[in-house]
Design a protein around this ligand. Sequence first.
Ligand code: GAR
Length: 223
Amino acid sequence: MGLARVAVLISGSGTNLQALIDASRSGALGAEIALVISHRAGAYGLERARRAGIPARVVRPRDFPDRASHERAVDELLRAHDVAYVCLAGYMRVLSADFVHSWRDRMLNIHPSLLPAFRGLDVHERVLEAGLPVTGCTVHLVRPEVDAGPVLVQGVVPVLPGDTPERLQARVLEVEHRCYPRALRFLVEGRVRVEGERALLADERPGERLVLHPLLASWPGAG
Ligand code: GAR
């Protein structure tokens, strides 16, 4: 049997896409990134796809009369490329309930907070405003509600004195890049079972669903 075929939907820089491409290349993913779709022509992630020799397509909402026909075009591309799983990686468009249902439990999203806290935009600004000592990221199965759904993997990142939103974003991204390949691997290996609003992992070992920022390995608060 061939590797599972995965599509990555992007809007911008595509560093998570790059992490998935790298993990796929190294054999750590057990899946092949078979297609990249952006809704913006200028997304740098398209360049990453081209460099990796992965088919990259732009499907712009403005070229379609309404959201349903735009999503239909995306869905047709996914099916034409024989895609089994979809990863939203900084895809900043809300998908309709119909689209989400048709990829139910086969579509992942990554969000730069410890969900269910801080859904939506300007996450790092809001974490800093709240004065929290910890933040992170979440990879979850997609549900129609934005930034919600059964959680597969979370990454934990310390907030440091003097942090700016940009510094915090960079630190969270480092951990995002380790969480996304791990979560996708769980899914393609068939280890994920959904029970209500929870994702359960078959034969789960302690810590498998958790990624710590490297700083935390020697954190004074440990223990
Ligand atoms: C990532 O931080 C991702 O978590 C976030 O967009 C960024 C994309 O970066 N996604 C969301 O906020 C979704 N609600 P990338 O293009 O470099 O992967």
